[in-house]
Design a protein around this ligand. Sequence first.
Ligand code: BES
Ligand code: MN
Ligand code: ZN
Length: 501
Amino acid sequence: MTALSVSTSSAASLRADALVVGVAKGPKGIALAPGAEAVNEAFEGKLTEVLNTLGATGAEGEAVKVPSPAGLKAAFVLAVGLGEAAEAGYQLEALRRAAGVAARTLAGAKKAALALPTESADEVEAVALGGLLGAYAFGTYKGDGNGKEPVGELVVLAPRKGSKDAKAAVERAAAIGEEMNRARDLVNTAPNDLNPKSFAAIAQAAGKEHGLKVEVLDEKALAKGGFGGLLGVGNGSANPPRLVKVAYTHPKAKATLAFVGKGITYDSGGISLKPAGHNETMKCDMAGAAAVFAAVVAAKRLGLAVNVTGWLALAENMPSGTATRPGDVLRMYGGKTVEVLNTDAEGRLVLADAIVRAGEENPDVIVDVATLTGAMVLALGNRTFGVMSNNDELRDTLHTVAGEVGEQSWPMPLPAELRKGMTESTIADLANMGERMGGGLVAGLFLKEFVAEGIDWAHLDIAGPAFHESAPFGYTPKGGTASAVRTLVRYAEQTAANGKA
Ligand code: BES
Ligand code: MN
Ligand code: ZN
C-alpha cells in the first residue's frame, strides 16, 4: 500500500524520485500552477519554456517528464495537466485527477513529492486522495515482475501556514482513500474467491480491526428469520447467502443512517441465464455492498458524530437444479410475496429483504446502493449513477453531495404509473419485473414497496460507474472504482454536522 504523508519542506530540498507540479492551459500558452514556484526557480524561471519545448499543453490527463536541474534533490520533475488555468483556484476534482494521473504514471517509483496547489486544507485533501486512489493497483493474481508496484510513498507538500490543518486533511484522505481501495479490492477479487461467506468473513475481520460491531446471518439464520429474497436468489449456488450488519455508533449522534448494499458476488442471471458477453464482469455485482462497508468503516475512522448501520445483502446468483425458477413465488422478509418472472432481476430481491430489516430499526434515512439495472447504464452512461428517492429533498441532497466529492450522479424520477406493471402478478403481491421501458425506475419502484411507512429512503443505481472497463483516467483505474463511497461518507458527515438527517 502506498504510504501517504504531508511535508512543509521546500520542494527543492526534498529527496525523492519525482517532484510533481501542475501545468494548465493559460490564455497565453501554458501556465504553472501554484506549488511549482520553488521548482521553477531551480529551472531559473524557465520551466514553462522547457515544458513547451517538450510539447506540454496542460490538458487533463497529460504527464510530461523533465530531468531535474542542479538545485533539486528529486531525480526528475513530472508535470501533470490541470486543464484550463483557474485564477480563482482550481476545482478540487481537477486536483484529484491530476494527482491521480501523477501517482499512476509513477508506478514503480519509490517516493514522489506532490508540489500541486495546496493553499487550503480542501486542496491538500484533494491532492492526497487523488494520489492515493491513482496509486491503486490490484496485484493479487499477478506474478512478480508482471506489472509495476504502485509508487511506494507520496508526500504532499503544503505551506507552513496551516500545516496542522494540512496534516488533518491528509489523514482524512487516507481514511477515505484506503477504505475506497479496500472496496476496489473486494470488487476486483475473482468470484471463485469472493463469495457470500468469504465476503462476510472479510467484513468481520476488518470490522474487528476497526472496533465495529459485525453480525452475520448465515443460511440457517436466514431461513429461521424468513428472508425469502436472499434465500431465493442464493438457492442455485453452492455458496449460500449471508446478511451482514455492520454498526458504527457515536455517543453524541443525533441521527441514524442505514446504508444497504447489493452484494451479488456473481450474477450469472440464474435460470434466466445471461448470454455470453454479459457475464464476464458480473463479479462487480457486489459493488454496492463493498461501497456500504467501506463507507461505514470510513465513518468510524473519521469519528463522525452520527450512527451508521451498514447492511450487506450477499448472495450468488447461479443456475442449478436447486435454483429459483421463473414462476416461483418467494415470501420476502416481512411477509410480502413476489413472483419471480426473471431470475436475473435478483438484486431487488436481496435488497427488499435487507431494506425491510433495516427499516425495523427505525433509522432516520435508508440509502441503498446497487449495481441494479442495465437500463440505468443505457440512460446515464458509464460514469454517472442515478439517484431515486421517496423524498425529493433527500434525492437532491445526495445529488449535490455527490458533486461536491467529485462523483457524477443524476436525479431520476419514480413515476407512479410504472408501478402498475409490477403489481399485475396474478398470484403474488408483486412481480419482480414490470414494464421494460424505464427499467431502472421500475427497479426503484420495486424497492420503494419495501420501505417502511415514514422512513425517508434513497436508491443509488451505480451499475454504470461501479466497474470501469476502458482505459484508466484521473484516479480511476480499470476494474472496481469504489463508486458511491465518497457520496455516502460526505452525506454522513453532513448529517453529523447538521445534527439531523
Ligand atoms: N446486475 C445486473 C445489472 C447490471 C448490468 C449491472 C450491467 C452492471 C452492469 C442486474 O441484476 C440485472 O441483471 N438486471 C436486469 C434486470 C432485468 C432482468 C429486469 C437488467 O438490467 O437487464
Ligand atoms: Mn441480474
Ligand atoms: Zn445483478
